[in-house]
Design a binder for this molecule. Structure first.
Ligand code: KG4
Ligand code: ZN
Length: 358
């Protein structure tokens, strides 16, 4: 069985062919994984411009799918089913991949399987590592989301914590912009932080220890908050630069070393907050493994520190390889295979859902 995965939720147009093989330790094999990134288009604007993104998806989708087929050395007739990201994401972007996948499935007379983008990130771990020891706690940390899931059995995801405001990746992107490091901010801060002192500045991170009055059923202690640290970086930069506040200013008069210290200190605070909750969740539910997925899982400190904490607690920690950390369609095809075997099929009236919940 060959699954064609299609992903277009944000600023990457992606297609991938994943095969199901008869090997219980590694049941899914990536035959191709093509990603057309729009980062050069959006860099000029300092972030993703939704209208430009959807237009570029339209330009790229045919070529990306053709390339995924040719890289896998298959033709459309070999495809057994099509999996597509249904949401969440930018609605105009989602609609391009979804409409394309739907048309393809109708014309090939094969099933169409709808996939939640974050389920794709979670399944990237199973795609790379095979079955994880369950139950697992998986931290999904990306530009739009920072969520903790319990995975008790394959294909089942229980939300046990989430950010109350900004996503961690969003905080990286905003702080990078403030420091004039460009877009996307995550990789830039990761790089510059290597030259900095991570104890130079004590940026506070909110600890959500109280119950959330809006959601009284859920204890709040596993939730995240990243808007406060972004503001304290802003305040620090204004003070250090000794200038009048500038709301959107990205030019700073800070020295290279000061910027590196800010990046390293910011990164330490964010990574500690992410891992404190993740490992607390793991001990609460008696997890047998920990997974870290999504764009920010590419972060070198998050990877190193999570391994160290896992070793300390005797828990195996899994992260996807870099190509499967940021948005891609192989993870969508993998999640699609999982859902296909659970009997999930989309009707031909499937619509994109920008704020789909998992
Ligand atoms: O999962 P993803 O590709 O797209 C979304 O679903 O949002 O994640 C993109 C996010 C961006 O915020 C980017 O800055 C961040 O992942 N990112 C990183 C790194 N590489 C990408 N953040 C920190 N360190 C990195 N090395
Ligand atoms: Zn993503």
């Amino acid at each position: 069985m060959l699954m064609l995965g299609i992903e277009s939720s944000c600023d990457e147009t992606a297609a991938s062919v994943v095969a199901e093989v008869d090997d219980p330790s590694r049941p899914w094999q990536i035959r191709s994984n093509v990603v057309a990134s729009q980062v050069e288009i959006h860099r000029e604007w300092g972030g993703v411009v939704p209208e430009l993104a959807s237009r570029q998806h339209i330009r790229d989708i045919c070529g990306v799918v053709e390339r995924a087929l040719s890289d896998a050395r298959v033709t459309l007739g070999d495809i057994g089913a099509v999996a597509v990201t249904e949401g969440p994401g930018l609605v105009g972007s989602l609609l391009v991949g979804l409409s394309f996948a739907k048309s393809l499935a109708v014309s090939l007379e094969v099933p169409l399987v709808p996939v939640h983008h974050l389920a794709g990130h979670i399944e990237s771990l199973f795609l790379e590592h095979g079955p994880l020891p369950l139950p697992a706690v998986v931290l999904v940390v990306s530009g739009g989301h920072t969520s903790l899931y319990e995975v008790p059995t394959p294909g089942v995801y229980h939300l046990i914590g989430r950010t109350r405001d900004d996503a961690a990746g969003e905080a990286y992107d905003k702080v990078a912009k403030l420091l004039g490091l460009g877009y996307p901010g995550g990789p830039a801060i990761d790089r510059v932080a290597r030259e900095g002192n991570d104890r130079a500045i004590d940026f506070p991170i909110a600890r959500m220890t109280h119950r959330d009055r809006n959601e009284p059923d859920r204890p709040g202690r596993l939730d995240f908050s990243f808007s406060g640290i972004k503001t304290s970086v802003l305040r620090y930069v204004r003070q250090a630069a000794g200038r009048r506040p500038q709301d959107t200013g990205s030019e700073t008069s800070l020295s290279r070393q000061e910027i590196a210290d800010i990046c390293a200190s910011f990164q330490r605070a964010v990574v500690e907050a992410l891992l404190d909750r993740t490992f607390e969740a793991a001990s609460r539910i008696g997890a047998r493994s920990v997974g870290i997925a999504g764009g920010v899982s590419a972060n070198s400190r998050l990877r190193a520190d999570s391994q160290a904490r896992g070793a300390h607690m005797g828990l195996p920690v899994f992260a996807p390889p870099l190509a499967l950390s940021t948005d891609n369609a192989a993870m969508i095809a993998a999640a699609g295979l999982r859902r296909f075997h659970m009997g999930v099929r989309a009707g031909w009236d499937l619509n994109a859902d920008a704020s789909l919940r998992l």
